[in-house]
Structures are given as C-alpha cells and as structure tokens.
Write a protein that binds this ligand. Sequence first.
Ligand SMILES: Nc1nc2c(ncn2[C@@H]2O[C@H](COP(=O)(O)OP(=O)(O)OP(=O)(O)O)[C@@H](O)[C@H]2O)c(=O)[nH]1
Ligand SMILES: [Mg+2]
Length: 226
Amino acid sequence: MLDCFVAALLAMTFEMEPEDFSERARKLFAGPIEFLKSAPGLQFLPDPDVPEIAFAGRSNVGKSSLLNALTNRKGLARTSNTPGRTQELNFFEVGDPLQLRLVDMPGYGFAEAPKDLVKRWKHLVNDYLRRRSALKRALVLVDSRHGLKDVDREMMRMLDDAAVSYHVVLTKGDKVKPSALGAVYENVMLEAAKHPAAHPSIFTTSAETGSGIAELRTAIIEAALA
Ligand SMILES: Nc1nc2c(ncn2[C@@H]2O[C@H](COP(=O)(O)OP(=O)(O)OP(=O)(O)O)[C@@H](O)[C@H]2O)c(=O)[nH]1
Ligand SMILES: [Mg+2]
C-alpha cells in the first residue's frame, strides 16, 4: 500500500519536473532541417499543422545569417550584402517527424525600396501576423551597432496590435565593444518594456562567433513546444 503511494508520488514528481528545453533544442536543431517553400502570398502558406516562429527585422540585419547559425548550416537561408534579398515568407521545417517551422520574413526599412514593394511587404506580413494561428512567437532582430530604429518600432507596434508575442534579438554582437553592447541592451530593454507583446527576455547574438545562439535555440523551442 505504502509502496503504491510512494510510486504514485514519484510518478507525479517526475511528471511535474520542468522539461529540459535546452537539451531538446540542441537535439532538434542538430537534426533534420529543410527549406520547404517561399510564399509570396497567404494562399501559398503551408497547412498550419505545427507551431511557427517568425524572424523579422530590417533588411541586412542578419535574419538569414541567424537562421543559418541556429541550424548550424551555412547555406540554408540565403544571405547577401544586397538589401531586400528576401522578399517572400520563407518556410523551414525542423524535425523528422516535423516539430515546428521557422519563417524568414522579408526585411524592411531599406532606403531605396520602391513604394509599391513596401506596401506589398506590409500587407503580406500584416496578414500573416494577424491570421496565422500557428504563429507562436516572433523574433525582432535589431543590429547591435544601431539599436532600435523607427522602422523597428513600427514592426513592434504591428506585433503588439496583432497580439503576437516577440523577443527582441540583438544581432552582430561581434561588431560592437562590450561596453557599447551593454548600453544598447539597456536601452532596448527599457523600450521593449513599454510594448505589451514584447517578451522581457532579450537576446544578444552573433552569427559569426555563435554567442547567444544556444540560448536563443532554447527560447525558440520553449515558445514553440511548451
Ligand atoms: N560580423 C557579422 N556579420 C554578420 C552577422 N550576421 C550577418 N552578418 C552579415 O550581414 C550581412 C547581411 O546578412 P543577412 O543574413 O543576409 O541579412 P538579412 O537580414 O537576411 O537581409 P535581407 O534578407 O536582405 O533582409 C551579410 O553580409 C552577413 O554576412 C554577424 O553576426 N556578425
Ligand atoms: Mg535574408
């Protein structure tokens, strides 16, 4: 009788133990990951059958590079020095069996963007953010050298309005001295705290050195699969 009670108690304790998301994240990101498709409009989206995590940020901020660093694959997402290279919603499938999708969104805010392109981008992204039930979290990438710009604030408001929770992620951390990085981090923290959908955890990353990448992987898995 007592044995049964102890066994039940043990089982409960075991069940209640928090999952080790970092180990789960490490395994998933080391496993099968494939590019699925580029969607130029909502009618081309895959079935919303698994959780999605979307990557947003100014053109050239390092979205595609971060995707490659997270997945440890150099050429998974196309990177380039030409702003505005990514124009569609690019879907990447993680896990076999499929566990989640990463979505590389078109970059915003480059000076020479034609007006109709900006308009098209806004429609596509806004529709996706507002209608996609599978979207569990967004990452708003911000260049460590520049901090938040008005276009980033606009993106954050768009996410607030669509009620999509997001992490601000500082990119290219290797390009900034630690003291300057600390100041940018502080400013971003203070400003993000005023946005209803901004998550309090902010990440500092470098696709070049790999710093902050494992932590971000864990946050992604926690947001998608918790
Ligand atoms: N030093 C350094 N360079 C980086 C880092 N991340 C990206 N870059 C460089 O920044 C440039 C732009 O990177 P991308 O990953 O193509 O940027 P993107 O945000 O996907 O750009 P679009 O698709 O045009 O919106 C490339 O030359 C990258 O090599 C980083 O962490 N450190
Ligand atoms: Mg890109």
